[in-house]
Design a protein around this ligand. Structure first.
Ligand code: SF4
Length: 366
């Protein structure tokens, strides 16, 4: 396939792995931030090609995984209302809330629909003026522009029956929280290329200066990831804490300016709770005052809904790079993709799902 096979070339992969082995002179622990990168690493066995001493830990970059349980419960409560058409991307439908998931609401008669774009939900609101159409706006910086366009369109069309249930999170504050934690083991990051295609990477520069930890903006194919690792190890071995860009075919330092302007108009930065991790200051987006009328939490009066995490799931530690999925006592036994206990086993980008799908790791027996 054009523009895909080139980045999966086996001979070049082996060459990059050999270069990496030559460059590593001492142990390093690096984190790939994005769940898409985690899946590529496990799927293609890239971590099995790494030299001894170079360890990869998996980061919090799966938006489905970090959506807090009380927000799932709010989605369930809204979706169960007879006047509501609840629209979501498919990967949110099986994420467990405290009692059930969106698929269960659908099975009980709720009008829950999978859409492929927030604009589809806007069109639905136009077509069904007697119904309330709610879109579950989950994601990182990558999906914020499309959601901002949807809200701006709804306003332009004068729609009063469209709203967003917003669970947007921002990557740099999560990286700051990981670096500031007393348990932190991460010495360098591979940042997510698609996030940086929107936001650029200027926000990483103060992080690098403060914590003296290099960050390499990296793509998602095997050669991207190995090259990103090589660049990051090169920075570490030469004692340089800098931001570098491996994903130059998609990312510019300043990001996508028109998209960022629209996001800043429609959203504002808010504190946000991350599933399994807790609240991180200034780590999310909520609707700005100018667009507050499109806020589903306010419209349906669910702002006060709260819920407790399962005590058994250690996904919070996995998302911070402190533990690996197979170290969870429930992995592969009480928690499987068919019967997930936590969001990291549900999502197509979750680390537990990646280990379960691609790795023959022995299930925990206790
Ligand atoms: S295996 Fe299941 S219970 Fe364990 S951390 Fe992963 S999602 Fe949570």
């Amino acid at each position: 396939m054009k523009f895909l096979d080139e980045y999966r070339d086996a001979a070049l992969t082996r060459q990059l792995a050999a270069k990496l082995a030559q460059r590593v002179t001492r142990p390093w622990t690096l984190m790939e931030v994005c769940g898409g990168q985690t899946h590529a690493i496990v799927k293609f066995g890239l971590d099995t090609l790494l030299p001894p001493g170079l360890e990869l830990v998996h980061g919090p970059g799966c938006p489905v995984c970090v959506t807090p349980i009380e927000l799932i419960d709010k989605a369930l409560e809204i979706a169960a209302r007879p006047e509501v058409i609840f629209c979501s991307f498919g990967d949110m439908l099986r994420v467990p809330g405290s009692k059930m998931d969106l698929l269960s609401v659908k099975a009980r008669g709720g009008d829950v629909r999978i859409v492929y774009s927030p604009i589809d939900a806007v069109k639905l609101a136009q077509d069904k003026p007697s119904r309330e159409v709610v879109f579950f706006a989950v994601g990182f910086e990558t999906t914020a522009p499309a959601n901002a366009i949807a809200v701006a369109q709804a306003r332009q069309f004068g729609l009063k029956n469209f709203s967003l249930l917003v669970s947007h999170v921002l990557v740099p504050p999560a990286m700051e929280a990981i670096l500031a934690s007393p348990d932190n083991r991460v010495q360098g990051f591979l940042a997510a290329g698609h996030v940086c295609a929107i936001m650029g990477y200027t926000e990483y520069e103060p992080l690098v200066r403060k914590h003296r930890v290099p960050i390499v903006v990296t793509g998602f194919e095997p050669l991207d990831i190995l090259q990103g690792l090589l660049m990051c190890v090169d920075l570490l071995e030469s004692g340089r804490a800098e931001v570098e860009n491996q994903y130059t075919r998609a990312v510019r330092r300043e990001g996508n300016r028109p998209a960022l302007e629209l996001v800043r108009e429609v959203f504002r930065v808010v504190p946000r709770k991350w599933r399994g991790i807790g609240e991180i200051p200034q780590s999310g987006l909520g609707l700005s005052e100018a667009y507050a009328e499109f806020d589903a939490e306010m419209r349906f009066g669910v702002a006060g809904v709260g819920a407790e995490e399962s005590g058994e799931c250690i996904s919070g530690l996995i998302l911070q790079g402190v533990r690996k999925p197979h170290e969870c006592p429930a992995f592969g036994a009480r928690c499987t993709p068919d019967h997930p206990l936590g969001a990291t086993m549900v999502s197509s980008e979750g680390a537990c799902a990646a280990y379960h799908r691609y790795r023959r790791v022995q299930a925990a027996t206790h």
